[in-house]
Design a protein around this ligand. Structure first.
Ligand code: NAD
Length: 498
């Protein structure tokens, strides 16, 4: 019997309201491991009501006390990191070390949120006019919602709710229906840390639940991370319903390899960035842009490495890459690889027929490496979100930069070179949100903020870092004069302070 999951509303487990259930797979075996209830519209409303009821007391709680909850939450995450990583791996399929690493990146946002009393300090100007002072304060936005993707079930929820609640908001999280066990456990740990009931709620479901959240007038702000079409939809719908929105979408990240690069380093970087987590990362490198003479040495070094990738279930400590998340994802990725072949790219390593003994029903796919990919091909134009690396050959640096800039996505990009001029020019002129110099996956640390440009992001505030604090707070500016006994009479012009 598959394990039955629940929602988390007002600090309690809440059971399915009807027979509307989703299946959660063990991607290594292909078996159904759990079932997840999809919330009814009423249950979504209950979660919002619970967040709204908790808001007055929580937003009035001094920031230092909210920070103390965060400190305890951080300690609990550290104590339970192996359990959390196992929950991530068992439903997503990624190897344990990778799950632990991504959980740590989320934990770092909790560490950042522990500094909330300092982060919320406002601005004060004495004497903006004679005996008049002005100050700005940051106040919570209200009920915030987070809608998250399957590929980082710990890290991405942790990008959102710790900072939102530390700022004094209450939260309703709608995690991916593919791997919700980890976010549900995070909510339990938040309660154990002293988070009051109703401050953090988790509601499971799909489009029905998302639409209920986007249109409910009690919701004030929406954070979304997922694919570009849904990000665009969430941005437009939530904005039309009067909410502030940040919606992060998909990606097609390029790594430019200059002829002067250290090819061993570039190869190591490409292996981890293209095939780590089976390519199911929004910051995965899926295009290697080989400049000038760099294509041949790069392909020569990459080929045996891709052929010998160690593929296995997350329980295999030697595995470098696990399965992809679902049978549908496997079919979609294989279909794109087929299209690359039929559209004329050179498939140097073909992982389509890879199977694992004892795991024949698992969603495994070997690493695939394409050479001579061109921008018209589907494998270049679409986000594959699988273990497939495309090498595009360009004659010179300017063509590489042009390729990166012409791509509709703008999440991450990297350049590998020993030439400081080229690196500096690339960081300056590329229209990309996160740029790496000899760093393939330039995911910003918690106290900087994360976000792409172009069709990788809708909205103006990145997640975490100071942008996160700005997103989850509203500024109020007060101009104050204390009566001095001198009357100045009515002023019918716009006030200019003297
Ligand atoms: P997805 O867009 O399918 O789902 C994301 C969330 O939206 C889920 O909670 C899902 O239930 C919900 N959803 C799905 N379809 C919906 C619909 N029609 N209406 C309303 N809600 C809907 O994304 P995914 O497959 O879970 O995740 C992979 C995608 O996320 C990739 O495109 C990846 O690049 C992107 N991603 C982006 C970032 C980033 O920071 N930019 C980070 C991680 C993942």
């Amino acid at each position: 019997m598959a394990n039955m999951l629940h929602h988390w509303i007002n600090g309690q487990k809440v059971k399915a309201a009807n027979g509307n259930l989703g299946q959660i797979f063990n991607p290594a075996t292909g078996e159904v491991a759990s079932q997840v209830p999809f919330a009814s519209t009423k249950q979504v409303g209950d979660a919002i009501a619970s967040a709204q009821a908790a808001l007055p007391a929580w937003s009035a709680t001094p920031p230092i006390q909210r920070a103390r909850v965060m400190f305890r939450f951080k300690a609990l995450l550290e104590e339970n990191i192996d359990e959390i990583a196992t929950l991530v791996s068992s439903e997503h399929g990624k190897i344990l070390d990778d799950a632990r690493g991504s959980t740590t990146r989320g934990l770092e946002v909790v560490e950042f949120a522990c500094g909330i009393p300092h982060l919320l300090k406002g601005e004060f100007t004495e004497q903006v006019g004679t005996n008049v002072d002005s100050y700005s304060i940051r106040q919570p936005v209200g009920v915030c919602v987070g809608i998250t993707p399957f590929n980082f079930p710990a890290m991405i929820p942790l990008w959102m709710f710790p900072l939102a609640v530390a700022c004094g908001n209450t939260f309703v999280l709608k995690p991916s229906e593919k791997d919700p066990s980890c976010p549900l456990r995070l909510a339990e740990l938040f309660k154990e840390a002293g988070g009051p009931d109703g401050v953090l709620n988790v509601i499971n479901g799909d489009k029905l639940a998302v639409d209920a959240l986007l249109t409910d007038p009690r919701v004030d702000a929406v954070s979304f991370v997922g694919s570009t079409p849904i990000a665009e939809y969430v941005y437009a719908t939530a904005a039309a319903n009067g909410k502030r929105v940040q919606a992060l979408g998909g990606a097609k990240n390029h790594m430019v390899v200059m002829p002067d690069a250290d090819f061993d380093q570039a190869t190591d970087a490409l292996m981890g960035a293209a095939y780590g987590s089976a390519g199911e990362r929004c910051m995965a490198v899926s295009v290697a842009v080989a400049v000038g003479e760099s294509a041949l040495p790069l392909i020569k070094k990459l080929t045996p490495r891709v052929q010998s990738l160690k593929i296995g279930p997350y329980t295999d400590p030697d595995a470098e890459m696990g399965p992809v998340v679902s049978a549908q994802a496997l079919e979609r990725i294989k279909g794109l690889v087929d299209s690359g072949v039929s559209q004329g790219a050179e498939l140097v390593v073909d992982g389509r027929e890879t199977t694992l003994q004892g795991y024949e029903e698992g969603f495994f796919l070997g690493g695939c490496l394409f050479d001579k990919v061109t921008p018209e091909m589907d494998i270049y134009r679409e986000e594959i979100f699988g273990p497939v690396l495309s090498v595009v050959r360009v004659p010179d640096y300017e063509s590489a930069l042009q390729l990166v800039c012409d791509n509709p996505y703008g999440n991450g990009a990297a350049i590998f070179t020993r030439d400081g001029d080229a690196a500096r020019d690339f960081t300056k002129r590329s229209n990309i949100g996160m740029v790496g110099v000899n760093v393939p996956i330039p995911v910003p640390v918690a106290y900087h903020s994360f976000g792409g440009w172009k069709r990788s992001m809708f909205g103006s505030s990145n997640t975490h870092g100071m942008d996160g604090v700005r997103f989850y707070t509203r500024i109020k500016t007060v101009t104050a004069r204390w009566p001095s006994g001198i009357r100045q009479g009515a002023d019918f012009s716009i006030p200019t302070l003297k």
